[in-house]
Ligand binder design. Structure first.
Ligand code: THU
Length: 135
């Protein structure tokens, strides 16, 4: 996406990701779209399987795509579900996002109609344990 990308473009992209979800067991499709510091985007969807606990979250897939492309900083992340309140990331994904973010990184929770809430990561994961404790 170019530098003139608008939020509507991001919403459309995260919706496209959500529409690719493979979620036949939960019927709860999720999309995630990471925008990196240089404006590149990486999308992911949840992918379930018959062994229920072995499925992957959308955020996990987007993070893997970002890292595989050589990026390690999240500028912001959009997450979409069909819930009217917007998606909210699971605890594990909050920690995964934290690894490549800071406390102020916007986590933008979307429903299919658009942005519902914009929260700094610290509101979702207060007093986070992060890589700075170890590195
Ligand atoms: N899910 C995500 O993809 N991200 C989250 O942060 C919350 C949950 C997925 C996992 C599973 O495929 C479905 O939503 C229902 O839990």
């Amino acid at each position: 996406m170019s530098t003139s990308t608008t939020e509507t473009d991001y919403i459309n992209a995260v919706k496209q990701a959500m529409d690719k979800a493979y979620a036949p067991y939960s019927n709860y499709p999720v999309g995630a779209l990471i925008v990196t510091e240089n404006g590149q985007t990486f999308a992911g969807c949840n992918v379930e399987n018959a062994s229920y606990p072995e499925g992957n979250c959308a955020e996990t897939a987007a993070i893997a795509a970002m890292v595989m492309a050589g990026h390690q900083r999240i500028q912001k992340i959009y997450i979409m579900s069909q819930d009217d309140q917007g998606a909210t990331p699971c605890g594990g994904c909050r920690q995964r996002i934290r690894e490549f973010s800071d406390n102020n990184t916007p986590v933008i929770l979307c429903s299919t109609t658009g942005v519902q809430r914009r929260l700094p990561l610290a509101e979702l994961l207060p007093h986070a344990f992060g890589p700075e404790f170890l590195l």
